[in-house]
Ligand binder design. Sequence first.
Ligand code: FEO
Length: 394
Amino acid sequence: MKFQEIKNNIYYCGLNDCDRRIFDELIPLEHGTSYNSYLVKGSEKTAIIDTMYPPKTKEYLKRLADNQIGKVDYIIANHGEQDHSGSIPALLEKYPNAIVLTNAKVAENIKNMLFVPEEKIRVIADGEEVSLGDKTLKFIFAPGVHWPDTMFTYIKEDNVLCTCDFLGAHYTFSDVFAAESKELEHSAKRYYAEIMMPFRTMSKKYTAMIKEMNVDIILPSHGPVYTNPSFILDLYTDWTADAPKNLVALPYVSMYESTKEMVDYLSAKLNEKGIETFKFDIVDDDLGDLAMALVDAATIVMGTSMVLAGPHPMAVNVAYLASVLRPKAKFASLIGSYGWGGKLFDLIAQLLAPLKLDLIEPLQVKGKPKEEDFKKLDEMAESIFEKHKSIELV
Ligand code: FEO
């Protein structure tokens, strides 16, 4: 298929991966993903910015050959993760005169992960510029979104910025130019939640920096390009804001419906008080949806049944995931039911501890919740209401 031109001899030469159903073996993909690679043809030199996920290398090389791109002088590696760097060895074989331009951290990664020979790499500095003739590439280091090695490449004369994984979306397309749809917004938020939310402060910083740059087009490493950069930058401004929303996330696992009854009751009480809730069945629902709710939630209330003498292992898994995603939530509580005894909450509280959440009195019930337990859930709803009133919400 012919490359799509983005602007003045800058072409999209990446690939869709429509069949991929999970990324990082962790969170399901709703729309597959794309691995974006860009060809930049200057008057004197040609560069390829980022390459391909290893299982797609053959298809990628064929796509380059079909488009008769001629010589390649530079392979720009914005990031060492193999969904973008994976085809560098194959490209170096196909274009033996090419050299890899990258920063020292990526260089280290691609030497270790892909055995790229040191002599094929030229390490560049933050802010360094490389001329392609009538085009200049400027490298802007962006550690933290999402690896320490991440950098952006700015094509100066065209005012186009390649942002690597930052601002991307796991999304496939036939037209590389983004339609500003709700569906794309959903995918971009899900992607932010899973990949960038642990680095919210850095994401906020680079969002502001790119806004300031006033670029014409953003070229991310996954998903379509943004010809209206404010579409994605305004969304990131919202997601990375310090203030949460008036929302309670309620992930739960319930073996005999007792914990679920508590979750449903608490959720209804919170709704009566004007607080939005997101109930999440840990066993049946999609983890990506929970991650998205955690982008906004002010409070996390986790519900768990007891298995043997501790919390349900699926709840433990989600507590760990929540802690590593580092959401902006301020408050937490725990509810659940047990049969014969044990420690229901200790491990979950320990896992959530790094989030430094203000813990609201938990509620552990033997068997089915009874009248006095529902009263305690009323009190919990009231506490959450008061806590939310005490902070800035958006
Ligand atoms: Fe899309 Fe961090 O790789």
